[in-house]
Design a protein around this ligand. Structure first.
Ligand SMILES: [Ca+2]
Length: 306
């Protein structure tokens, strides 16, 4: 079944809600093919949207209650008047490429699968889009509430935006998240060109049975525990650990939803900088969804989300 360039790959039940999993057909020249995946993984995995558009149709889930805020201090978190980022954030400054092509040299999985993992990429990325100057602050780590050991989960685009705003920040745009992950050299993985077990990813013991129903185990790791899971800009855990809601800008095809979940989580998925999950609505929350915020520098207002 197809809508335009879309092929529907499956239907899954997630958190009691029905949603369609769709995947774009790989455009000509795209290095990474996509196809069907086991439904047990598709229920929680990343619908393949790399270099493509969002799901054209999806069923809505009821909006869950938003997570409580944890005594934020906007004055302490906002970028300084002198143009520097707060201590818990890093500065990202450079030229971002809007569209990138990578070539996989060696696959870990059957490359026909939609979430096939590439072991080794050719160490050269091709910018086939435009270069755009970006300068902003981004949280060094996924958000951890004061006093907690593990980063906050069960978040959504809506609750994440509220949490960031209460800190004087905002959700990152998708392109800001991409750039913080890949750097100007456009790495496929934040840590380089070869997939390595340096991030909280590729875990196989995913489920437990609760009252006869299969539920995801909580496999989060504390912020900073995996010191090598770091991007060229010094941002940690962009790949894996928790999926992170961002704003997909200019995406009329995604109307009325704006969310793009980035980086994947502890499950074996692509866990790279460019792929995004766009099949959920803005209220979707899950055990695997966390929050990371961005902030403008004075005079550098680049993102329309608030
Ligand atoms: Ca993450």
């Amino acid at each position: 079944m197809k809508w335009g360039g879309w092929a529907v790959l499956g239907v899954a039940m997630v958190s009691g809600g029905l949603w369609l999993v769709a995947s774009a057909e790989a455009p000509a020249g795209q290095a990474e093919p996509i196809a069907a995946a086991p439904e047990s993984l598709m229920a929680a995995a990343e619908p393949a949207t790399e270099g493509a558009e969002a799901a054209p149709e999806q069923a809505l889930e009821p909006a869950p209650p938003e997570a409580p805020l944890s005594a934020p201090n906007p004055a302490a978190a906002s970028p300084s008047a002198d143009g520097s980022c707060p201590d818990e954030m890093v500065l990202v400054d450079g030229d971002y490429c809007t569209d990138v092509r990578h070539t996989c040299r060696e696959w870990l999985d059957d490359p026909k699968l939609p979430y096939a993992r590439c072991k080794v990429y050719e160490p050269v990325a091709k910018c086939v889009g435009k270069r755009v100057a970006l300068k902003y602050c981004i949280d060094r780590h996924e958000y951890t509430a004061p006093g907690d050991e593990l980063p906050l989960n069960h978040q959504s685009f809506m609750s994440g935006a509220k949490l960031c705003k209460a800190q004087g920040k905002r959700l990152c745009s998708e392109q800001e998240w991409n750039f913080a992950c890949e750097g100007e050299e456009m790495r496929p993985y934040p840590y380089g060109w070869e997939r390595k077990p340096v991030c909280n990813q590729d875990q196989e013991d995913l489920y437990t049975m609760v009252k006869g129903r299969q539920q995801l185990k909580d496999r989060r790791k504390p912020a900073g525990e995996l010191a090598e899971c770091v991007s060229p800009f010094g941002v940690h855990d962009l790949a894996g650990n928790l999926d992170e809601p961002t704003l997909r800008e200019g995406a009329t095809h995604n109307y009325p939803f704006r969310t793009a979940l980035k980086g994947g989580w502890w499950m074996a998925a692509r866990n790279r900088c460019r792929p995004a999950t766009t099949a959920h609505d803005d209220h979707y929350e899950g055990i695997q969804v966390g929050v990371r915020c961005c902030a403008d520098l004075p005079g550098e207002d680049q993102s329309p989300n608030g």
